[in-house]
Design a protein around this ligand. Sequence first.
Ligand SMILES: NC(=O)c1ccc[n+]([C@@H]2O[C@H](COP(=O)([O-])OP(=O)(O)OC[C@H]3O[C@@H](n4cnc5c(N)ncnc54)[C@H](OP(=O)(O)O)[C@@H]3O)[C@@H](O)[C@H]2O)c1
Length: 323
Amino acid sequence: MELMDLMFEMAALLGLISLSRLIFGAVNFVWVMFLRKPKDLVKCYGTWALVTGATDGIGRAMAFQLASKGLSLILLARNPSKLESTSQELAEKFGNKVAVKCIVADFDKLKKDEIVKAVQEGIQGLDVGILINNAGVIYDFPKFIHEADPQMVESLLNVNIGGLTWTTMAVLRSMLKRKRGAIVNVGSGTAHVMPGCALLAAYCASKAYIEYFSKSVTLEFKAHGIDIQCQIPLLVETKTIGAIKAGWLSPSPETWSKASIRWIGYEAVCIPYWVHYMETIVFRTMPILIPNGYTLRGRLLLRKQRMEEKHAMELDVRDKKDP
Ligand SMILES: NC(=O)c1ccc[n+]([C@@H]2O[C@H](COP(=O)([O-])OP(=O)(O)OC[C@H]3O[C@@H](n4cnc5c(N)ncnc54)[C@H](OP(=O)(O)O)[C@@H]3O)[C@@H](O)[C@H]2O)c1
């Protein structure tokens, strides 16, 4: 009888612990997603923000969000005319409330010293408090690693890993001098949520690097007033995801960037958009075979479709050359 009583008490205790964890998780979710006050970015970090990959998708939307908070901007990308038009649109929208500068730099073409030099010259004399390391590239479509063009894989590593690392190193010195700053590194749900990532292996591994790099440098610089964070998007409606449509699961870059801005300066790794956060919980509660099988099937289908399209185009070109 005594043993039965003890077992009931243990079960009740375990139930209570699980319930408290659940309640705490739910309250914390509402607090961090919707109620917690975002940091005053100008006051906490400084008047300028550098955004890499600022001419398209998430980076472009982040630039507009930061400008709406009163930050002046340094836009970095490789295409001068896209930089020019983004900077003009910012000037039209915000007038002389924010200043805009551009750095033309191709993370794939430049050597590491040249990237550091371009960034340091671009930020010289400016109170750069925020760096958004956003520039990133992905495969043209899912592929087995042995099928991928080695040149494409090298470019991906140069941009996703090299560009982010060299830019961080270039900006950290001036942040350290001022003893304040925030760095946001854009990771990916593919590397954060899934234990492995078939058919996008080099991309996902580059994003896993970004997450681990962020967690590590956070420990190095927290005591120096610099907040470093890896933000994790799942699908966002940009040209990166191409034909994949995920409806309400994939927000516009504008919606994503509004959520992203609220998190700057807080947790070292975060999933800023609430729908993505819920998706992550669902993925994690499933036996891993289900999400693994589901994503593999989707990517195999997309690969087949794109290979057929590519083959048809090649035949078309050949027919035109040799009718
Ligand atoms: N969209 C998603 O669903 C999703 C999901 C998870 C993570 N992410 C990550 O979010 C980030 C932004 O993605 P996105 O979808 O917004 O991409 P996007 O629309 O393709 O924009 C990419 C930006 O990066 C710049 N860029 C590309 N190659 C570059 C290079 N060699 N040197 C310098 N800049 C370069 C582009 O500049 P140019 O105009 O000069 O080409 C552009 O401004 C990436 O790191 C991506 O991995 C996206």
